[in-house]
Structures are given as structure tokens and as C-alpha cells.
Design a protein around this ligand. Structure first.
Ligand SMILES: CCCCCCCCCCC/C=C/C(=O)SCCNC(=O)CCNC(=O)[C@H](O)C(C)(C)COP(=O)(O)OP(=O)(O)OC[C@H]1O[C@@H](n2cnc3c(N)ncnc32)[C@H](O)[C@@H]1OP(=O)(O)O
Length: 358
């Protein structure tokens, strides 16, 4: 999964040959990844507010933060590969199969027996929109059935994921906020169920900070590899909300009830080292060698007999699946009420009006 300079040059040429215009958002991501790969983090002065085009480019590039140049090069190659249409198979990087170029919020690629699902809203720290929840469910369903031995979830840019996109709260349907809360609880329950029922080894490659639901879900993964730049933050009480992702079941089991309470009730942010010591993370790697070391390891895992790995996962998880579904249902029921509370409305408004951050 490591792109060479040749892959990068090929991808650069492929972009010029794309038959379909990928749209402005994708073009900005291509621009940002290209600049990051070739020049490193953005050091340009911020353009003026009326310089719309350069401001959009600057936002996209700075949104990648300190993403290592090698990772930016890989993400650029993956993104171009995902854009290559089936009518032009010659454009795809040899060996890398783009599963679904149609995703708006994800880049999904399969190579070396590994399907990689990459959250792809780096300028928004990979916050999960309603569209992204839906696309993730589709991508997981497809990955569960494809030929790959392993499935990996990771993030593009300097964040793994900043959790639920808080603008999800602003899109209120004609049925009002109660209807929105009800629909969101159904969406969330279905979303988390995809992780509970995922049939093959699922690995999180946590490339940077993780917030909210992207942290709680980690208890449902089979391995969690983290950069030493990653942090793990679940500020549910700060947001007037309550935990999800089956964390009310998995976290006490993983780290004990006292540590789980500190994280899930009081929102204690864990460093990668602390998360590893508490059992939420499998292993931490220095950021400078993170991608290289993790992908080498995953490639080796992917050569193991896939049916044996699936069978082992099934035996490990079968006994608790019922409890996990029950925890998921109860968490969604409680959250539905929380979303209608003043505490939640005030916290979301404070973020959206730029008065508060975590
Ligand atoms: C009525 C019911 C509706 C319910 C719908 C819910 C559906 C399912 C819910 C599932 C439950 C999940 C819960 C959670 O995940 S809780 C955690 C939510 N996440 C947060 O609270 C994080 C908020 N973000 C931040 O605090 C900061 O952005 C952060 C610390 C992550 C990064 O700070 P930094 O200074 O480095 O970067 P910026 O803030 O400038 O971020 C860059 C741009 O990205 C936007 N952004 C980042 N995170 C989010 C987010 N979670 N939601 C929306 N937007 C986000 C940020 O606003 C910047 O955008 P602009 O460049 O446009 O300003």
C-alpha cells in the first residue's frame, strides 16, 4: 500500500486523462494532496477573503496539517485510482483496484488482500456527515463480501476523524426536530450494527486524533494501530450527549469500569500511549514510520488463510453479539432523548457559532 515515486508520477498523468470532471471538492483535495506530497505542509500566507479560489486552495492544503509527505503521496495515488472510471481501466495503478469511484466522502481501494476505506473530508477533520454514515455502511457491506482478507478504516489528512459532523443537527426535516432525532437514532443503530456484524478482521489505522463516535467504535475493531500523534477524546457530556458505538459495553470490558467512566462520562482525552496501556489500542508507532510499519504488518496478516481468520473472529465475537446489539439499541434510545435536550442544543449551537471547541 505504499506508493512509489513512479506511482505518483503515473497518478499525476492519469489526472490529466480523466474523462469525467471529478467536481470542485475532489479537485481541491487533489491539489492539496499534490502540494503536501511535493512541498510538505502549507506555509503560504492566508489569501484575502475575496480571493475565493486561492482561499479554497489554501483551506484544502492547510487542512492536511502535518500529514507526512509520503502519506500525502499515497493518498493522492489512492484518490486518483478511485476516480479512474471502469471505461478506462488502463488508468488505474497496477495492482490497485478502485472499488467504488462513486463515493463522495470516502476513498475505497483494494490491494494486496486488503480493502482500505479512507474517510475523505480532510478539510473538516473527517467529520461524519449523514452522507458519510450512509456511504460507510455501503462500503462495509461491500468489503464484508469482497475477496480481500482484511478491511481497514483510516482517515485522510491530519485527523483520523472528528466524530459526528455537528452540522448534522442543522438539517431539520418538515417533521421537525423530534422526527430528525428519531430518524437519526435509526441511522445510528444501523450504522453501528454494521460494525458489530462485520464478518472479517477489521482494523483501524488511526493516523491522527480521533473524537466521539470514531473512538467509541474502536471497541468493535479486531486491531487498532495508532500513530503517536493520535489522541482519543469522547466529550459526550460536554456536548450534552451520551456514549454510543457499544462503548457502554466494550469500554468497561476493555479498561475496567473506573477508567471507562473517566473517559465516557467526564470526557478525559487519552494520548495514544494511554489508550494503548488501557487496552483500547493494540500498538502505537512513531508518526514518522507509522504508515510504513503498519502497512507492512497488515500485508503480512493479509497473507494468512482468510477463512481461518474469519472463523477465529466469529468464535471470538459470537458470544457477545447479542449483548452488543442490546447495548447499541439502548445507547440509541438514550441519545434520541439527549438530542432533544437544551444541554445538547446549546453545546451544538456554541460550536456552530464558533464560540466553543473541544
Ligand atoms: C436532532 C438530532 C440530530 C442528530 C444527528 C446525529 C447523527 C448520529 C450521531 C452519532 C453520535 C456521535 C457523537 C460524536 O461523535 S460526538 C463528537 C462530535 N465532534 C466534536 O464535537 C468535534 C468538534 N470539532 C472540534 O472541536 C474541532 O474542530 C477539532 C478539535 C476537531 C479540530 O480543531 P482545529 O482547530 O484543529 O480545526 P478546526 O476547528 O478549524 O476544524 C477545521 C474545519 O473542520 C470543521 N469541523 C471539525 N470537526 C467538525 C465536526 N465534528 N463537525 C462539524 N465541523 C467540524 C471545523 O468547523 C472547521 O470548519 P471551517 O474550516 O469551515 O471553519
Amino acid at each position: 500500500m505504499r506508493a512509489s515515486q513512479v506511482d505518483f508520477e503515473n497518478a499525476k498523468n492519469q489526472v490529466k486523462l480523466l474523462k469525467k470532471d471529478p467536481g470542485n471538492e475532489v479537485k481541491l483535495q487533489l491539489y492539496a494532496l499534490y502540494k503536501q506530497a511535493t512541498e510538505g505542509p502549507c506555509k503560504m500566507p492566508k489569501p484575502g477573503v475575496f480571493d475565493f479560489v486561492n482561499k479554497a486552495k489554501w483551506d484544502a492544503w492547510t487542512g492536511l496539517g502535518d500529514l507526512p509527505q509520503e502519506t500525502a503521496r499515497q493518498n493522492y495515488v489512492d484518490l486518483v485510482s478511485s476516480l479512474s472510471s471502469p471505461e478506462s481501466p488502463g488508468q488505474a495503478r497496477p495492482g490497485a483496484e478502485s472499488k467504488q469511484g462513486a463515493y463522495e466522502t470516502l476513498v475505497v481501494t483494494s490491494e494486496d488482500g486488503i480493502t482500505k476505506i479512507m474517510l475523505n473530508r480532510p478539510a473538516k477533520k473527517n467529520a461524519i456527515t449523514t452522507k458519510m454514515y450512509q456511504e460507510l455502511m455501503l462500503a462495509l457491506q461491500a468489503a464484508g463480501k469482497d475477496d480481500s482478507a482484511l478491511t481497514v478504516l483510516t482517515g485522510n489528512g491530519d485527523y483520523y476523524c472528528s466524530g459526528n459532523d455537528l452540522t448534522n443537527f442543522t438539517d431539520i426535516p418538515p417533521g421537525g426536530v423530534e422526527q430528525k432525532a428519531k430518524d437519526s437514532a435509526v441511522l445510528l443503530r444501523d450504522f453501528v450494527s454494521c460494525f458489530i456484524d462485520f464478518p472479517k478482521p477489521l482494523i483501524a489505522v488511526v493516523n491522527g486524533p480521533a473524537v466521539g463516535i470514531s473512538v467509541t467504535l474502536l471497541g468493535l475493531f479486531d486491531a487498532v494501530y495508532a500513530s503517536d500523534r493520535a489522541t482519543f477524546h469522547t466529550p459526550f457530556s460536554h456536548l450534552g450527549q451520551s456514549p454510543e458505538g457499544c462503548s457502554t459495553y466494550t469500554f468497561p470490558k476493555i479498561m475496567g469500569s473506573a477508567k471507562a467512566a473517566e473517559v465516557l462520562i467526564f470526557g478525559k482525552k487519552l494520548t495514544a500511549g494511554e489508550a494503548c496501556a488501557q487496552g483500547l489500542v493494540t500498538q502505537v508507532f512513531p508518526d514518522s514510520t507509522f504508515q510504513k510499519e503498519v502497512w507492512a504488518r497488515l500485508k503480512a496478516f493479509a497473507k494468512l488463510p482468510p477463512n481461518a481468520m474469519r472463523a477465529s473472529k466469529e468464535v471470538l465475537r459470537r458470544g457477545e453479539r447479542e449483548q452488543l446489539h442490546a447495548a447499541n439499541a439502548e445507547e440509541c434510545r438514550v441519545l434520541q432523548g439527549r438530542w432533544l435536550s437544551d444541554e445538547c442544543a446549546n453545546a451544538v449551537m456554541a460550536f456552530l457559532s464558533r464560540r466553543a471547541k473541544l
